[in-house]
Ligand binder design. Structure first.
Ligand code: BTN
Length: 257
């Protein structure tokens, strides 16, 4: 569907709205595997995503009709596999900027790419790459934002939050989608122009717990550390009592404050 709501060049210009789907990422991946001719920037959004997927095989829960669950198709063939984290940075910086226009202060990016308000997660990103040799041929950027949901299941209650809980009012889902897509397009074009340095600076500026001492957990052991850097490949560097340590995804967990 061509639409005029978006003032972007390509992200969101082809918007496919579904009433219900297992996962917008899986749906888009199936379309790409079936060689459906889809323009770059195609967005698949679902009112009800009943089998949403999160990072490392987790599940993404979103109350139907109240939240944003969508996936964007990008073709970043200018990036090699080694550079894939730069896209994660660009996407999380863009979401942060877009949400800031609605929420104001208090938003951060929790490494690698969760969106936080104070100590609660209000958004998550699942990026799935389709490779061709050593280049990224297609990339499915799945984004879930907790928007107008008022309550969360007990097991999520202490960790998940929503924009409604912050603003105490509903936000129009399409307006928020348009804002996010336009910031994603701007950050993506910046990346395509080779401007990694400012994106990384912004990512570090917005990083949750950057440069502050806090507790982390590795193999059940709690330790105190201070985040000092995130490399271009996405490794987290922390100052610990044993000196400077570097961690890969899921090697450590952030302890609840
Ligand atoms: C995470 O924080 O674990 C990532 C969550 C990503 C959720 C989004 S919702 C839209 C898209 N489709 C999915 O199945 N997952 C992503």
């Amino acid at each position: 569907m061509q639409n005029n709501t978006f003032s972007t060049l390509f992200v969101g210009q082809n918007l496919i709205k579904l009433l219900a789907v297992d996962s917008t990422n899986s749906f888009l991946k199936r379309m790409v595997s079936n060689s459906e001719p889809l323009p770059e920037g195609t967005v698949i959004m679902a009112e009800n995503q009943y089998s949403g997927r999160g990072q490392v095989e987790s599940t993404w829960h979103a109350e139907p009709g109240k939240n944003l669950t969508f996936s964007i198709l990008l073709n970043p063939s200018f990036l090699s596999i080694q550079q894939q984290f730069t896209l994660n940075m660009a996407i999380s910086v863009a979401i942060h900027r877009a949400l800031k226009n609605f929420i104001g202060e208090g938003l951060t990016i929790k490494w690698p790419n969760d969106i936080y308000y104070k100590d609660k997660k209000i958004g998550g990103v699942l990026i799935e790459n389709i490779l061709s040799g050593s280049r990224i041929k297609a990339c499915i950027v799945g984004i879930g934002i907790n928007v107008n949901q008022e309550v969360f299941d007990d097991h999520l209650n202490d960790r998940a939050g929503s924009i409604f809980q912050i603003l105490h009012e509903n936000v129009n889902l399409i307006s928020l989608l348009v804002e996010i897509c336009s910031h994603i397009e701007a950050a993506y074009l910046k990346l395509r122009a080779g401007n990694y340095i400012t994106l990384r600076e912004e990512y570090l500026n917005f990083l949750y717990r950057f440069n502050v001492k806090a507790n982390y957990r590795q193999n059940g052991e709690i330790f105190e550390a201070r985040i000092v850097n995130v490399s271009e490949q996405g490794f987290l560097s922390m100052e610990t009592e044993n000196g400077l340590m570097t961690y890969n995804f899921k090697e450590i967990e952030f302890s609840q404050p």
